[in-house]
Design a protein around this ligand. Sequence first.
Ligand SMILES: [Zn+2]
Length: 255
Amino acid sequence: MSVIEGKKAKEILKKAEFIAVLTGSGISAESGIPTFRGNDGLWKKFSPEELSSFEGFYRNPAMVTEWYRYRRKIILGTKPNPAHLALADLERIVAEFYLITQNIDRLHQRAGSKKVIELHGNIMENYCMKCGKVFDIEEFDCVYEKFEDHVPRCECGGYIRPNVVWFGEPLPEEAFSEAYKAAVNCEVFISIGTSGAVRPAADLPRYAKYNGAYLIEINPERSYLTDIADLWVKGKAGEVLPQFVEEVKKLKGMK
Ligand SMILES: [Zn+2]
């Protein structure tokens, strides 16, 4: 059975040379990454705002630092799934391709994707709130070891925080503007594993559609986007995306 249904969808994908993709937590969940807190015993008693906001960090930087170290360890123990790998494959067969993600786990890069736009930052980096210096995992762990209170500080004295977007914080301007450009200029926009409810990321598929792109949604369940999508491929990304990419290759005469 084909996942790309309809003559129009086939015609458009056959010709498309500029594809933009938006991925959300659904694709990470298929790699075993809990969407936010999962059922992590110790952390269950804290609200997402306490663990992931500037105010929460300000009140208890040691706790928030531990929480992100814990999350990072879980993420480093997971692997890209067939959906991540299929997207890396899709990038290789079209001339212009952007992968916009709301995920912070860097699984797309580990799968081999090159043009990744991170709307919410990534958990593998930390930065100094005062001077902006960026610390990768090794550098961060090295500084972390030096502070008995588990609150690592930069040489300049500033607090070091994860490079992720917290509740109430704006998206990184450069990343969002790059994503916006991709959305309004692409021929096909594919939204994968996202609810379509969290703005402003959820506006991207709408911008794409209103600027003439063909909008495809890949999701096991209906979302806020389903009604405006030109094609809804119903299913888990890890199950339907590999086949979707194979079908695109066939349409393009690559198989
Ligand atoms: Zn600093």
